[in-house]
Ligand binder design. Structure first.
Ligand code: G6P
Length: 368
């Protein structure tokens, strides 16, 4: 079994390390020789794309969190309104879906019952349906009109890591493609983002080199009974995934709250020693995050902050700082999630948890 794990102690760690390759394997088949995105498996014409008046993304768990990033990417690059919903909610309301809706189901396994049912519901209402999935021939891939395969390779650990990162790559490439085709994105900006994305396997690899520092933080914090993840903008979506990772595998109570919402309730729970993980990777929100960090510090929180390298102020404000390589604000999620995965992993290991097979959870939930 250890051979299957390539010498790593757990599949989760192996899969975290496979992320640079997974990014590359998902991105490169979608880039043609001229440096344009070409998603062969899509049969969307320019006319189809111009006909959509909204995108509806539906998924569960980690895939839902990828959808939240997808919303940012699609709204930013393709200027099209996006709704994101959890599959179990979508199908029990009366969702506003028409033949002008592009519906995207995201599912690592392609077998999640709620997501499949949501896809069928959207189809019945006339939407154009698309699946982002990691499993060729899965039920969701067979039923959607178009399929975008994430080439993460088999994911064994229950907690999703490399599949999530490839779902992000999928959304960025779809958003850029739609944006160029519907005229929202100028060719120059489009190429700049693609160029930056091409450097991500290397940037992700560089981040993995800091794992000892993260293990050190985990060894200090593993006894926490409660954790709060805060962020703004796209960081809020990444914070949600970081928080889910922690609770899934370490069983520490953890929640994620948009930093600006803290003062409307959650700050009441911050006390001496409470662990707060604060994401501050967005330039235009950086100062606001610094004051958010000060607010929780003033109430005794122990703050692990994440920022782009080169930010100095944050070292004075937070208790510990994790940095990510410099990149465009829109693209940080592909990098910022990696230290959060590692933090959860090392905390779970320090607590003696069964990292790959957490209690009460299944890799894919094929019943309602
Ligand atoms: C389960 C897994 C999660 C996963 C979710 C959705 O709850 O434990 O890790 O994110 O299902 O799975 P899917 O295969 O649809 O992405």
């Amino acid at each position: 079994a250890s051979a299957e794990k390539d010498g790593y102690e757990h599949f989760m760690m192996k899969e975290i390390h496979e992320q640079p390759k997974a990014i590359k394997d998902t991105l490169s088949p979608r880039l043609n020789d001229e440096g344009f995105i070409e998603i062969d498996e899509f049969n969307l014409t320019k006319k189809d794309i111009e006909g959509f008046d909204k995108v509806m993304v539906v998924a569960c768990g980690t895939a839902y969190h990828a959808g939240l990033i997808g919303k940012f990417a699609l709204e930013k690059f393709a200027k099209i309104p996006v709704e994101v919903d959890v599959a179990s909610e979508f199908r029990y309301r009366d969702p506003f879906v028409t033949d002008k809706t592009l519906f995207i189901a995201v599912s690592q396994s392609g077998e999640t019952a709620d997501t499949l049912a949501a896809l069928r519901e959207a189809k019945a209402r006339g939407a154009r349906t698309m699946a982002i999935t990691n499993v060729v021939g899965s039920r969701i891939s067979r039923e959607a009109d178009d399929v975008y395969y994430t080439w993460a390779g088999p994911e064994i650990a229950v907690a999703s890591t490399k599949a999530y990162i490839t779902q992000l790559v999928a959304f960025y490439t779809i958003a850029l493609d739609l944006g160029l085709k519907n005229g929202s994105l100028k060719e120059e900006a489009y190429h700049r983002v693609i160029q930056e994305l091409k450097g991500f396997p290397e940037k992700a690899e560089a981040l993995l080199q800091y794992k000892k520092d993260i293990q050190f933080l985990a060894d200090e914090q593993f006894n926490s009974t409660s954790a709060f993840y805060i962020g703004r903008g796209i960081d809020d979506a990444v914070a949600k995934e970081g928080s889910l990772k922690l609770k899934e595998i370490s069983y520490i109570h953890s929640e994620s709250i948009a930093a600006g919402e803290l003062k409307h309730g959650t700050i009441a729970l911050i006390e001496e020693g409470t662990l707060v993980v604060a994401l501050a990777t967005q330039d235009h929100l950086y100062d606001k995050m610094l004051s958010g960090i000060q607010e929780v510090k003033a109430r005794g929180a122990y703050v692990i902050a994440m920022a782009k390298e080169g930010n100095q102020e944050i070292y004075k404000t937070a208790n510990a700082v994790i940095t990510i390589p410099d990149t465009f604000d829109e693209l940080t999620p592909i990098l910022s999630v990696i230290p959060l995965q590692l933090l959860s992993y090392y905390i779970a290991v320090a607590r003696g948890c069964d990292v790959d097979k957490p209690k009460n959870l299944a890799k894919s939930v094929t019943v309602e």
